[in-house]
Design a protein around this ligand. Structure first.
Ligand code: SF4
Length: 215
């Protein structure tokens, strides 16, 4: 099974409970105005397509090290690659059953499709997720926990999700990672956060060549 992949990150603390692994799918056919992840929109090509086995090996390596509370799947639009997503989630379910670490693992999927569409067209995915944030980003609407705009629904699907996310508030909404070449902003920005971040970098003499939120 092949997967269009934008990026993988460990140590994600802004897209769900605790210390997480993040998987960003490549490609989004929805195209919400104001999306901060425009770099994920282009359809997967030879440069961004990898074997799902490679992603699973990366996940297994981190799970073996312990200290992982959950996995967040985002994009791009994961449901635009529903067969690959389903295979990934089934494999994660196997990991969870064999999980020997102290902390349970919650699986959180972000999608721009409305929850009604997910329930109708992708029902097989739901028993494999602990929770799902669903709905298109609507520019100008207030942010909500784990959602860029408050029309998006965070549906809690398991006892673990209800335990972790009922009344949950993120400690911070954005984290910045640097891999030696690229600055990664991980999380869900408030209105104006990205422009402010870019301005502060500029004032420090670091102009951004390109940014995920610009086309
Ligand atoms: S917010 Fe999500 S669904 Fe909307 S265009 Fe951006 S990546 Fe696609």
């Amino acid at each position: 099974v092949k997967l269009g992949l934008n990026k993988l990150h460990s140590g994600v603390t802004t897209l769900g409970y605790g210390n997480r692994l993040g998987i960003w799918f490549q490609g989004c056919s929805i195209g919400c105005p104001g999306c901060c992840s425009r770099d994920t929109w282009a359809a997967p090509d030879a440069g961004t397509t990898i074997e799902l086995e490679e992603v699973l090996a990366w996940i297994a390596k981190h799970l073996a090290e312990g200290h992982i509370d959950g996995i967040s799947v985002s994009g791009g639009e994961p449901l635009d690659q529903a067969p690959a997503l389903l295979t990934l989630l089934r494999q994660l379910q196997r990991y969870r059953i064999g999980n020997t670490q102290q902390r349970p693992l919650d699986i959180l999927v972000f999608t721009g499709y409305p929850i009604a569409t997910v329930e109708k067209q992708h029902a097989a995915l739901l028993p494999l997720c602990d929770s799902i944030v669903a709905g298109p980003y609507r520019e100008g609407r207030p942010k909500a926990p784990l959602a860029g705009s408050n029309n998006q629904v965070h549906r809690l699907l398991s006892p673990l999700a209800r335990k972790r996310y009922t009344n949950w508030q993120a400690r911070k909404s954005l984290q910045v990672e640097f891999d030696g070449e690229t600055l990664w902003m991980i999380g869900i920005p408030e209105k104006g956060d990205l422009e402010q971040f870019e301005q502060k970098l500029l004032e420090s003499g670091i102009p951004l060549g390109s940014a995920s939120w610009r086309s």
